[in-house]
Design a protein around this ligand. Structure first.
Ligand code: C5P
Length: 227
């Protein structure tokens, strides 16, 4: 079996990471959640006081990029890697609503993208990996052998995210989540650098009405045809 790169891009809360984790496990591949990296940089900016009234103070953040150390550390109990920011596990903090509200502004910054894309290309250099994000099939690995582009209606995605955050004990409102999902879609799709868009050779996958198992089977079959 040959090792390939699997790029999974798409809108927020389309279930990219669930699917990517399942695929990585089945194929014994590494899984990389690139959204976690943008979220960790955002958490750093918030903790450093570079975010005020939902606006990012770009210059000090860019000046601090060398002081932001990001690492994925594999957690054998969970079966996937967790994000560490400057030596501390930040998995929980990076998934909260305040981070979700600021992350798309941080992800618009050219030098932030340059740093993170460079790291992602190094992590994926040996193939045998499933990476999910917004620009994996278009920018990070334009030569990926399998590219999936996931979509679903904003309402379906907001319901999923709402349940997920409630399960984690966050006090959230459905309307806020729907607004956040739509806002991020807009910023991510319209930014000047590496906007979210389907690569020409990606397989589009609308999972509004598909269960997890069905989704997994269909994409796994695509992978088996290539490897
Ligand atoms: O995937 P997730 O929803 O955690 O991503 C959070 C945000 O990070 C996205 O809304 C987007 O602004 C940014 N992102 C990006 N490029 C990626 C992954 C995430 O711009 N490859």
């Amino acid at each position: 079996m040959k090792k390939i790169t699997i790029a999974i891009d798409g809108f927020s809360s389309t279930g990219k990471s669930t699917l990517a984790k399942q695929l990585a496990k089945k194929l014994h591949y590494i899984y990389v959640d690139t959204g976690a990296m943008y979220r960790a940089v955002t958490l750093f900016a918030m903790r450093a006081g570079f975010v005020e009234n939902s606006k990012i103070d770009k210059i000090p953040l860019i000046d601090s990029l060398d002081a932001i150390d990001l690492k994925f550390v594999f957690n054998a109990d969970l079966g996937f890697a967790e994000m560490f920011l400057n030596g501390k596990n930040v998995e929980k903090e990076i998934r909260t609503m305040p981070v979700s509200k600021n992350v798309s502004q941080v992800a618009e910054l050219e030098l932030v993208r340059k740093k993170l894309v460079g790291m992602q290309q190094i992590m994926g250099a040996d193939k045998g990996m499933v990476m999910d994000g917004r620009d994996i099939g278009t920018v990070v690995f334009p030569d990926a052998e399998l590219k999936i582009f996931m979509t679903a209606s904003p309402e379906k995605r907001a319901v999923r995210r709402y349940k997920e955050l409630l399960d984690r004990g966050e006090d959230v409102k459905y309307a806020d989540i729907l607004e956040n999902v739509q806002k991020r879609d807009y910023i991510d799709s319209n930014r000047a650098i590496s906007p979210l868009k389907k690569a020409d050779d990606a397989i589009e996958f609308d999972n509004s009405d598909l269960g997890l198992e069905d989704q997994f089977q269909r994409i796994y079959e695509h992978a088996l045809r290539i490897i």
